[in-house]
Design a protein. Structure first.
Length: 91
């Protein structure tokens, strides 16, 4: 579900962007790929610029979930990455 911001929402959108930046930094520091994927997905949904997350960091989740036994966390991360990629291509 794509959420549209109401008129006059600019300052709140800026605050949300700052919070997402903080979350992305924490996720990178703590090596939390699912949180990183979720933040990237949320940025895409809101039409915000993506963080500087190299593509090399996106691939392992999809590759690992395809090559190993079902792992819910890796699968969710791969799903979020795919959803983000699709949304990015549609914009």
């Amino acid at each position: 579900m794509l959420i549209h911001a109401p008129a006059g929402f600019g300052k709140s959108l800026e605050a949300a962007s700052r919070r997402l930046d903080e979350g992305a930094e924490i996720a990178a520091t703590l090596s939390l790929p699912r949180l990183t994927a979720r933040i990237e997905n949320e940025r895409t949904r809101w039409g915000l610029r993506p963080t500087a997350r190299p593509p090399a960091q996106r691939e392992p989740a999809a590759a690992a979930s395809a090559s190993s036994a079902v792992n819910g966390f890796l699968e969710m991360t791969a799903d979020l990455d795919e959803d983000t990629a699709i949304r990015t291509l549609l914009t």
